[in-house]
Design a binder for this molecule. Structure first.
Ligand code: SMN
Ligand code: MG
Length: 377
């Protein structure tokens, strides 16, 4: 079957003229991250992004970006992605075939970590190019309904209760009905203080979630989360090492509050392993890490089949399209890291994000890109 030209219900009617990739351009920027993202596993005070442009002979350019977590790895991810130019140029615009091939290329080393980020970003750009070539949004190409607005939650970045409350108020003013807070930066009392402070301004109608960013040893996670069980939270995210599926499953088993995980998975196989082990009650996919759009398309049905609601991790532009086409969708994470370098940043409107085309809808603000262009120290 010709998968690549019939990837979803929306694309089945259209027979596309073949198109080929002609050039790959990759840049790195260190964009502002304001306020900085404070987690129990470190503060992220800039947005290290690799920007990908994939030219085609069909007069469309596919675009994506990859969030690299740390500026230290920015040049490496940029160079890894750029180094794959010869594997992509003159190749047909067939995302699934290219994804399979690129992953096979790195089978011995493992398509994870920095290589995984580079491959995820390339896959996203290839899908974006295909959707643009088909003249539709990415969500439509994937079989989603263009009128789908995807409900979002506000992901707060601060740690000090006073800052968190201010951020919570700003976020609530945009119309969201759910907020996620960072916890684990201090002791259990600090966790309870920040949850209590936000509950006071948000009221009981707003869903509150917390994120430990994998920072707790199992025993401490059980102790803190059992106390948090009394707080009526909508989820507790990554309380322990996300790769310790056994520990994640143990916490999920012991708690009344749903446990959330998925942003750290490097592939649909890791998603399958965690889901099978009961490592979480909810799933949040990071489009770049899970293997791009192709990886999302494999991982999401696994969660769906297990009855686990699917949320997204960062990438609000791509995630709006993906969630719009995902049956078991839950919430989009509103944490906009690429806004400063986009011509038309994603928009949170009455608590939801509307998927915007063509493709995934990205275009660079070239002046900002030049301003934040990363130069090796
Ligand atoms: C997070 C961590 C690192 C980068 C972006 C976001 C966080 C989240 O775990 O869930 O928002
Ligand atoms: Mg998280």
């Amino acid at each position: 079957m010709d998968h690549d030209h019939a990837p979803g219900a929306g694309a089945e009617s259209a027979r596309l003229a073949p198109a080929a990739i002609t050039a790959l351009r990759v840049r790195a920027v260190k964009a502002p991250m304001l306020p900085p993202l404070q987690t129990a596993s470190g503060t992220i005070d800039s947005a290290p992004l690799v920007l990908i442009d994939l030219d085609t002979d069909a007069s469309v350019t596919g675009r994506s970006y990859v969030f690299c977590y740390s500026a230290q790895v920015l040049a490496a991810v940029r160079d890894l992605a750029a180094g794959l130019a010869s594997s992509l140029t003159d190749r047909p615009l067939t995302p699934l075939a290219l994804w399979t091939e690129l992953r096979a290329h790195f089978r011995l080393l493992g398509p994870v970590g920095l290589i995984g980020l580079a491959l995820g970003g390339l896959d996203m750009a290839i899908w974006d190019a295909l959707a643009r070539h088909a003249g539709v949004s990415l969500g439509t190409l994937l079989g989603g309904d263009e009128s789908n607005r995807v409900a979002a939650y506000g992901s707060l970045r601060s740690a000090r209760p006073a800052d968190v409350v201010r951020e919570a108020e700003e976020m609530l003013a945009t119309g969201v009905h759910a907020l996620k807070l960072k916890v684990g930066l201090g002791g259990l009392d600090d966790d309870l203080a920040v949850v209590g402070a936000v509950r006071e301004v948000a009221g009981d109608a707003v869903a509150l979630m917390v994120d430990y960013n994998q920072s707790l040893p199992l025993r401490e996670a059980l102790r803190r989360c059992q106390r948090l069980d009394e707080e009526g939270l909508a989820w507790i995210e990554e309380p322990v090492d996300a790769f310790d599926v056994g520990a994640m499953a143990r916490v999920a088993q012991e708690l009344d509050t749903p446990v959330q995980a998925g942003e750290s998975w490097w592939s649909p196989i890791e998603a399958a392993r965690s889901i099978e082990a009961g490592g979480s009650d909810l799933v949040m996919l990071d489009v770049a890490r899970i293997g791009g759009v192709s990886g999302w398309r494999e991982a999401a049905p696994l969660a769906e089949a297990a009855g686990l609601p699917i949320s997204s991790h960062i990438y609000p532009e791509f995630s709006a399209h993906l969630l719009a086409a995902t049956r078991g969708r839950h919430l989009l994470e509103w944490l906009d890291v690429a806004g400063p370098i986009l011509e038309t940043p994603a928009k949170l409107d009455a608590g939801a994000v509307r998927p915007r085309g063509p493709g995934a809808g990205l275009s660079w603000d070239e002046e900002a890109v030049q301003r934040y262009l990363y130069r090796e120290p």
